[in-house]
Design a protein around this ligand. Structure first.
Ligand SMILES: Nc1ncnc2c1ncn2[C@@H]1O[C@H](COP(=O)(O)OP(=O)(O)OP(=O)(O)O)[C@@H](O)[C@H]1O
Ligand SMILES: [Mg+2]
Length: 526
């Protein structure tokens, strides 16, 4: 059992939750929901123990494992090491032990320390650790030849599998997952669902994927204005229950308001007359009847519009003989295509097929193999949103300053206007860049792209981290975009609303389909 008692947390005056008491039982599968910035990741860090609440306490199973929202945290480690880091005590002992061996230090002190460390390693079953980690990875579908690969080189789906293996290393009684579905294709999401069904411990998972929450969850713990309420059922059940409560409150308030206005009429009519005591008692009744605050809804929708500064030429990019091979067989061979101004291309394909690689070839970050060429046309001005953007907003600034630095000649009104459209209001401009939540960071990157008015946008999985309102606002904004768009995504709503052309990567080939996503599906299936 995971129990939370009277927990409160406030950040620089913003109350995230006050006096929350709740519990999570093994065997149930809890979804933690709430819009971007509601405090989901913060609450999960408190559950895990990485963060202390201002007040209150948490009691958790001894072995509690945690998959962070930041999936780039282990980028410079190999897959196998990442998994073994799941047992921190063991990992630290092994690292220190190896350091002493490598240093060649033969002093008594070093010897004593080594003996101590070997003791820890033995206690944690360290001699079996590597083979256990390997077995776990195999079980999650990561073949042996990838175990020594760096995490930075793994595709989104495999990375999540490896991080999950890390969380599972040491058989935890409690599993906390912060947005594990980001970047995953449908097959991998289904795989994850199956996997979670069979997990018997305490499970709490954060996701903005409604379908996933509906499929997986037996309960939803919803963060709404300073409190957390747990509803039985899946995500849609929670939305219905919440709407019903709200409806009831509204009706009660209407009845009260009617009564108040009747009483006030009476008071106005007779206040100068003889019925002084009746008037007094009715005045008291009015005071008592003040309508209860109907809970505001915490759901808000950003307004996303990408305008363009100067138009590009009609020919936007020529792709000729593009081949890319990282040494394990080509991702694609001899791809050719011509892109015109105003094309909005959705790039689809399973995890690991090379969507990100293709975008990076387009932006010039990677080089094309052999004689292939990618030639940009006249006056093109490309804005790029990478798939992993944990490091793209440097810490140590306020967010309005960060944004302003990209266009120093912009006046403050423009900056504030943009921030407001992306739901940073009032003093939010003074928020520190390092404190942004996942969804808030993406909204800031959109602010930057809107500010710079590019005539070409290259977006890699832009709906990762965004809440439902954010995702639909983005689809709408991209559908209105007058420039040229390349977007790699698994979000079918976005593909269907915004794209006029599809590049599908599969089995080493790119299919260039001149039509909408719906037409594509009709013809080729998913
Ligand atoms: N160290 C900090 N100092 C000040 N404010 C912070 C800090 N960490 C987080 N916040 C703020 O607390 C709020 C909640 O952040 P949190 O990361 O928990 O949100 P979230 O619900 O996980 O959002 P998302 O869906 O975008 O991931 C945000 O407004 C964030 O800016
Ligand atoms: Mg979060």
């Amino acid at each position: 059992m995971l129990t939370v008692a009277n927990v409160s947390k406030t950040y620089s005056g913003k109350k995230l939750f006050i006096d929350v008491t709740t519990s999570f039982a093994p065997g149930n599968r809890y979804g933690l929901s709430g819009p971007n910035g509601a405090g989901k990741s913060t609450f999960m860090k408190i559950l895990e123990g990485a963060l202390e609440p201002d007040d209150g306490s948490v009691s958790r199973p001894r072995k509690t494992a945690y998959l962070k929202q930041d999936q780039s945290a282990y980028n410079e480690h190999t897959v196998l090491d990442t998994v073994m880091m799941g047992n921190a005590v063991l990992w630290e002992a092994m690292v220190e032990r190896n350091k002493i061996y490598e240093s060649g230090d033969e002093s008594d002190e070093a010897g004593m320390r080594l003996a101590e460390l070997e003791g820890v390693v033995a206690e944690e079953n360290g001699y079996m650790a590597e083979s256990e980690a390997e077995e776990l990875l195999q079980g999650l579908g990561i073949p042996g030849e990838l175990h020594q690969t760096l995490m930075s080189e793994m595709s989104g789906g495999n990375k999540v599998r490896a991080l999950l293996a890390q969380a599972l290393f040491g058989a935890p009684d409690c599993l906390l997952l912060d947005e594990p579905t980001n970047s995953l294709d449908l097959d991998t999401i289904e795989w994850l669902e199956e996997f979670l069904y069979s997990y018997g411990g305490v499970l709490v998972v954060i996701s903005h994927d409604r379908r996933f929450l509906n499929d997986v969850c037996t309960h939803i713990a919803d963060i709404d204005f300073e409190t957390i309420i747990t509803y039985p059922g899946n995500y849609d059940d929670m939305v219905r229950a919440k709407a019903a409560v709200r409806e009831r409150q509204l009706m009660q308030n209407q009845a009260r308001e009617k009564k108040i206005s009747d009483l006030k009429d009476f008071i106005a009519k007779f206040s100068a007359g003889t019925r002084a005591t009746q008037v007094q008692s009715r005045k008291k009744m009015v005071e008592k009847l003040a309508p209860a605050d109907v809970k505001r809804s915490n759901i808000a929708r950003p307004f996303i519009r990408f305008e363009i500064g100067r138009e590009s030429g009609k020919h936007v990019v020529d792709v000729e003989h593009v081949t890319k091979d990282w040494g394990e067989g080509p991702l694609y061979t001899d791809f050719r295509s011509h892109v015109n101004r105003g094309d909005r291309i959705g790039i689809i394909g399973k995890d690991g097929m090379g969507k990100t690689t293709l975008l990076k070839l387009l932006t010039g970050e990677y080089k094309v193999d052999g004689k292939g060429k990618i030639e940009w046309g006249h006056e093109t001005n490309v804005g790029y949103l990478p798939q992993e953007h944990e490091d793209t907003i440097e810490p140590g600034k306020t967010i309005d300053r960060w944004l302003h630095d990209y266009k120093p000649q912009a006046d403050l009104e423009e900056i504030r206007g943009l921030l407001g459209r992306m739901l940073f209001r009032g003093d939010d401009g003074l928020k520190q860049t390092k404190t942004l939540s996942g969804g808030e960071r993406v909204r800031m990157l959109f602010c930057k792209l809107m500010l710079l008015k590019h005539n070409v946008l290259v977006l890699d999985e832009p709906t990762n981290h965004l809440d439902l309102e954010g995702c639909s606002a983005l689809a709408e904004g991209l559908a209105e975009y007058k420039g040229t768009l390349f977007v790699a995504t698994h979000d079918r709503n976005l593909l269907s609303e915004a794209c006029t052309r599809i590049w599908r990567i599969r089995d080493g080939e790119i299919l260039d389909f001149q039509g909408s996503y719906d037409e594509f599906v009709e013809r080729y299936g998913h």
